[in-house]
Design a protein around this ligand. Structure first.
Ligand code: PEP
Ligand code: MN
Length: 271
């Protein structure tokens, strides 16, 4: 695939860290795990690209209770299976204190979503479990939270365990309606100034439309973010959640090519 699309396979490194100095980490995969077949097709694409991390939601915190809520433990099982089969590390969301142990048994990175940034009981539980089981935590910014509140939320996690926390800027609520949320790109240099924490950008949930994801991702590299968490799906038109913002395989390849150019301009490599 990489040959015919003229994209060179990135040399896999087996460094466990989600973030590595001099590198820009691309975490991609579907919004939700929908079936074994769907996840396997994504895993194959991600592995062929030479990427290390795959995302996929098993517990989906949907705005409407009538929307697809995820495959839950069945989804976690597929995630683990594909992680082993394709040698990928996995990122998935944890939504409830009751499921933290279970999610940590299946995944490498525990994601706390925007709706739960201020769920202090969940933050503490994730800190405890991630510390004990040596898991990385991605903490998304609450869509109505200040950077100060976000950094204090980190401390609810780190005060419970020695955990590697990666921040994720995913857009905040403003009066602007032309994108799903408003990406606060300046959060990246602000975080770099205020803390030593790594920060990635989620362009997908920020803009909410697939055609805007690539330009915003280029900006993420240029502004000095440590990576992106970007949604991709084998057939976005059939996705059970967030279909309008997920990249298809062709768009994902295009994204990779464009990111490599920007990364090389600032002396970084994509992984
Ligand atoms: C997600 O990444 O699957 C997700 C639900 O994102 P957010 O918490 O940013 O809405
Ligand atoms: Mn989504």
């Amino acid at each position: 695939m990489k040959q015919k699309n003229k994209i060179k396979k990135i040399a896999r490194d087996d460094n466990d860290k989600l973030i590595k100095k001099g590198y820009f980490t691309v975490i991609t995969g579907p919004c939700a795990i929908e079936s074994r077949e769907q996840l396997e097709a994504s895993a194959k694409i991600i592995s062929d690209l030479g990427l290390i991390y795959m995302r996929g939601g098993a517990y989906k915190p949907r705005t409407s209770p009538y929307s697809f809520q995820g495959l839950k433990e069945e989804g976690l099982k597929y995630l683990k299976e594909m992680s082993e089969k394709y040698g990928l590390k996995t990122v998935t969301e944890v939504t409830d204190t009751k499921n933290v142990e279970k999610v940590a048994d299946y995944a490498d990175v525990l994601q706390i979503g925007t709706r739960n940034m201020s769920n202090f009981a969940l933050l503490a539980k994730v800190g405890k479990v991630a510390g004990k089981k040596n898991k990385i935590v991605i903490l998304k910014r609450g869509w109505a939270s200040s950077i100060k509140e976000w950094l204090l939320a980190v401390e609810y996690i780190t005060s419970e365990g020695n955990v590697e926390v990666v921040l994720c800027e995913r857009g905040i609520r403003t009066f602007e309606t032309s994108t799903r949320f408003t990406l606060d790109i300046s959060a990246v240099p602000v975080i770099k100034k205020l803390s030593k924490l790594p920060i990635i950008i989620d362009p997908s949930h920020a803009v909410g439309q697939s055609d805007l994801v690539i330009p915003v991702s280029r900006a993420a590299v240029a502004v000095g973010a440590d990576g992106i968490l970007v949604e991709s799906h084998i057939d976005p038109s059939k996705a059970l959640s967030d279909g309008q913002q997920q990249l298809n395989e062709k768009e994902l390849l295009d994204l990779m090519k464009q990111l490599e150019k920007v990364a090389s301009a600032i002396g970084k490599k994509i992984r």
